[in-house]
Design a protein around this ligand. Structure first.
Ligand SMILES: [Fe+2]
Ligand SMILES: [Fe+2]
Length: 339
């Protein structure tokens, strides 16, 4: 990942520590640099904090250009991350409200929760793209999505070594599809890069990090929170399940929108692929992944629901941001797109 420009004092001090400054000094001052938001969910919109989280999580993924890979477990940086994660957890809980579920209903309840969103055929970003989005709006959408889609499946793969039995087999079956069965041209991240290229966009990993707003980074950061901590493997499973359940129908709308805008078959292929693939993944995720992992444990059931609800809450906020920006004729990005 290229090192992005800072968005405030915390990210500036963190970038300085990443390229050589003493991280213990950063840790000592970090609490005073984290702005306590008016309400907990406002943390999702904090540009400085969300960029800092993205930087610190990237140390555990592919790394940052010009930054020592040995900083992955640096105690000073871990202290800063832990402080930010306390705010992130509070924001998640404030966004989704209390979760409780009887164990035997866990699969059913996750399904009902997600289906309420998917069945809404009158509003949302996919409906906007199907009916009236411009090429410019669609291009912005691809830029927002690129940060996740160009590493699609990676964070959920962290779940594989942490679970066993029927749930593990189900997760591997889903992930194998996401990675194109080991074929680079068929990897979903490759298909998304093909779509971006058809719209004249750059396809480098995290290339558009400097231009996406905090709310988009918050979606990535919540997934990293679940994927990188073993204690949150239930949330990770719920998060994936919600993705699979909210993908097939909207993908059909994206195909119609792309067709309306004259996009080529190559540009549509990512969404074409997800109509069928995620209809199957939804069933595997519900029946075997969630069903196998929850296995009548109410604590596990609640964790799965928390992960699904967190994904839906973030998607809702990101969607609102996009549609509100476009309805007032503004860009949904925070900086001009680099050419
Ligand atoms: Fe996929
Ligand atoms: Fe999928």
């Amino acid at each position: 990942m290229p090192l992005p420009p800072a968005r405030g004092p915390l990210s500036a001090a963190t970038i300085a520590a990443l390229v050589g400054a003493d991280s213990n000094d950063l840790a000592a001052q970090s609490e005073s640099l984290i702005v306590t938001p008016g309400s907990a969910v406002d943390f999702f919109a904090d540009e400085d904090a969300q960029l800092t989280l993205t930087l610190l999580y990237e140390l555990h993924l592919r790394g940052i250009v010009g930054v020592d890979d040995g900083l992955q477990w640096d105690p000073g940086l871990m202290t800063v991350l832990a402080g930010l994660e306390r705010h992130l957890d509070r924001a998640i809980d404030a966004a989704i409200g209390p979760i409780s579920v009887p164990a035997e209903a866990a699969s059913y309840t996750v399904g009902e929760l997600v289906r309420r969103t998917v069945d809404d055929d009158t509003a949302g970003v996919s409906v906007h793209v199907r009916d009236r989005a411009t090429v410019g709006e669609l291009t912005e959408l691809l830029i927002h999505r690129s940060l996740y889609q160009l590493r699609e499946a990676d964070l959920h793969t962290f779940g594989i070594p942490r679970i066993g039995g029927r749930a593990k087999a189900a997760l591997i079956e889903i992930q194998a599809d996401e990675y194109g069965g080991g074929s680079l041209p068929r990897m979903h991240s490759t298909l998304f890069a093909d779509t971006m290229a058809e719209f004249g966009l750059q396809t480098g990993y995290m290339y558009y990090l400097p231009v996406v707003p905090a709310i988009t980074l918050a979606g990535l950061n919540v997934l990293s929170r679940f994927g990188l901590h073993r204690t949150h493997v239930g949330e990770l499973i719920g998060h994936l399940c919600a993705i699979e359940m909210t993908s097939s129908l909207p993908s059909g709308r994206y195909v119609r929108g792309l067709t309306r805008l004259g996009a080529s078959p190559r540009a549509r292929r990512f969404y074409d692929e997800h109509i069928e693939a995620d209809a199957a993944h939804e069933q595997i995720a519900m029946r075997d992944l969630v069903g196998g992992w929850v296995d009548s444990d109410p604590v596990r059931g609640a964790a799965v629901l928390r992960g699904a609800a967190a994904f839906l809450a973030l998607e809702d906020r990101i969607g609102t941001h996009l549609l509100d920006s476009w309805s007032t004729g503004k860009s949904s990005l925070v900086a001009p797109v680099p050419s």
